[in-house]
Ligand binder design. Structure first.
Ligand code: C2E
Ligand code: CA
Ligand code: CA
Length: 555
């Protein structure tokens, strides 16, 4: 590894210089006071003394002579005192200085830290502005750094951070600042000409390229990439103010988040629209949290049909958010966020509780399918929790089918397999959803005991266009399902023509807008009432279809 960066030196020097300057001022003050006093009295008495010695004048003024002697004694005494005090103070100052220095620099990399970069950045910006130049903040966040720590240990993680800061230091111009903001996040402040943003982009590319080169620590070779967000002082409304570093770093952070979202290992300039998007996202997050507590997430139901007989065989539960601010929101918006903020399991449990109560009012031959997020599948207790829920609601496991997507298989196939097995042992059926969109291999399909395959609606849509590959692909998937002895559901049937084609291809179940949109619990009850498919108890008690309770209120 190379020598410590110039940034480490710069920060250290700056703080020790400040201490030395303070001490010099005290010493200078004492020396000056002594000299002034000495000159004041000495200036009168010494000439008198000299004249007296030469016999040219009378004895000098006794008072003034005594004052001079006293003054000399005072200087000597003061000097002595100053020396001992200075030694004592020096020790204390040195330890204070060290503590302050440590608080101002990042001890691992020797860079500035989040606090100390602020004044340095403000100073740099002021200088840049005075020359008609601007300041760019290049914010760097290492991708998947946690994995490096987890797999190789914290010492290796530390070495990677140090090496990264050194590589960045090598590339940055001499007058740039570099800070470690915490964890695996760095910020560089670079002065540039605002009409030539390309220079900053070039720098960002170089940084990404250099850091991506393998790092050898002991015997391990670590490869790490980084996501970069760039913000410029020209983005600030009032660039010269004390809080400039916080605001610039915040903007660069938003751009960095965009870089992460777009696949990492790249840079993005900050744009105001990103800030709005982030604000909206934050509002969604807090809305989702509150919405769960208030019961705003409710189940809607989509019919599942036996294509051969045209008979209704069950429903797929699809979540909807009845948001007071946004109206009815679909799961494609809120499920990924709920997964990310760790509330999907709680949301799903609430939805299932409502769905079990709803489905108990239907004819018991009707099944219910529920989508389960890959995040829920990572919980080793998921199967137990689900069975407990079924018991609590007295809902027969044989009526429940859970749908998992291929992406759940990437995480931990062993865990997924044992989970599927224990669910099936309890009588719950498990289907593989959105089949064909992920990368489930044939061997995985063979080894995982799914009860059913659901062909993704994108393949069924192909049947519509009359494209040559469409029918053949669907046909192939159906043959494969037959070979594996897995029944198949086709999703996304939108019209009679597609339905006819599918009917010819085999014995399938199907669902889609052709049979109607997903509907809330009360509409399902009306539908079932009209077709004589309510539960016996429900049919007895209801001449008219009863009101369903959705969330906390009747709709
Ligand atoms: P999915 O499991 O593939 O669900 C079917 C989606 O296709 C539903 O969208 C449904 O409204 C839509 N759909 C049904 N028929 C047609 C059709 O004929 N044409 C077209 N174009 N679309 C059709 P929705 O309700 O927006 O759900 C989207 C996805 O959200 C679902 O895809 C599922 O993966 C997920 N999801 C829904 N509810 C839950 C839930 O409670 N938990 C979890 N983890 N995911 C859920
Ligand atoms: Ca599904
Ligand atoms: Ca699906």
């Amino acid at each position: 590894m190379s020598e410590p960066t110039s940034f480490r030196q710069a920060v250290t020097d700056k703080f020790s210089q400040a201490g030395r300057r303070e001490r010099d001022v005290v010493a200078l003050g004492i020396a000056a006071a002594a000299i002034i006093l000495f000159v004041g009295t000495g200036g009168t008495v010494v000439p008198q003394l000299v004249s007296a010695w030469r016999g040219l004048a009378e004895q000098p003024d006794a008072m003034l002579s005594s004052a001079l002697l006293l003054n000399i004694a005072l200087i000597l005494l003061g000097w002595n005192r100053y020396k001992s005090m200075n030694a004592e103070l020096g020790d204390r100052r040195r330890s204070e200085e060290e503590a302050r220095r440590l608080a101002q620099i990042d001890p691992l990399t020797g860079c500035y830290n989040r606090r100390s970069i602020a004044p340095a950045m403000a100073e740099l910006l002021m200088a840049a502005e005075s020359e008609g130049r601007a300041l760019a903040i290049i914010l760097v966040d290492l991708d998947n750094f946690k994995q490096v720590n987890d797999v190789n240990g914290h010492n290796t993680g530390d070495a990677v951070l140090t090496e990264t800061s050194e590589r960045m230091g090598d590339i940055l111009p001499a007058d740039a600042l570099l800070a470690r903001l915490g964890g695996d996040e760095f910020a560089a402040a670079v002065v540039y000409d605002p009409v030539m943003p390309g220079k900053v982009e070039h720098l960002a590319s170089l940084l990404i390229e250099r850091v991506a080169q393998p790092i050898t620590v002991d015997d391990a070779v670590i490869e790490i990439t980084m996501s970069v967000g760039i913000a410029s002082s020209i983005n600030l409304v009032n660039p010269v103010d004390a809080d400039v570093s916080t605001r610039l770093i915040h903007k660069a952070d938003i751009a960095m988040y965009q870089a992460k979202k777009q696949g990492k290992n790249r840079f993005f300039w900050f744009e105001p629209a990103m800030e709005q998007e982030l604000r909206f996202r934050n509002e969604l997050e807090s809305g989702i949290r509150k919405g769960i507590a208030k019961g705003e997430f409710v189940p809607f139901y989509e019919q599942q049909i036996d294509l051969e007989t045209g008979e209704l065989v069950g429903f797929e539960m699809l979540a909807r958010w009845l948001s007071p601010e946004l109206g009815v929101v679909g799961p494609d918006i809120f499920i990924p966020i709920a997964e990310e903020i760790g509330v999907v399991a709680e949301m799903s449990e609430n939805l299932m509780r409502q769905a079990f109560e709803d489905a108990k009012r239907w004819n018991p031959k009707l099944t219910m399918s529920v989508n389960i997020s890959p995040v829920q599948m990572r919980d080793p207790w998921f199967a137990q929790k689900l069975l407990k829920l079924l018991l609590q609601h007295n809902f027969p496991p044989s009526r429940l089918e859970i749908e998992i997507t291929e992406s759940a298989l990437h995480d931990n196939v062993g865990l997924v397999r044992s989970m599927i097995t224990s669910l099936r042992n309890q009588g719950v059926r498990v289907s593989l959803d959105d089949f064909g969109t992920g990368y489930a291999s044939l061997s995985q399909l063979r080894s995982l005991p799914f009860d059913r395959l659901k062909i993704d609606r994108s393949f069924i849509r192909e049947l519509n266009g009359g494209g040559a590959a469409g029918p053949q692909l669907v046909d192939a998937i159906i043959s494969m399902g037959n070979g594996l002895k897995m029944p198949i559901t086709a999703e996304g049937i939108e019209n009679e023509a597609v339905l006819e084609m599918l009917r010819k291809m085999g014995q399938l179940k199907g669902q889609g807008y052709h049979y109607g949109r997903p509907e809330p619990a009360d509409e399902v009850l009306t539908r079932l009432h009209n077709s004589g498919l309510l539960s016996a108890v429900e049919a007895e008690t209801a001449d008219q279809p009863p009101q369903a309770i959705i969330g906390n209120r009747a709709i």
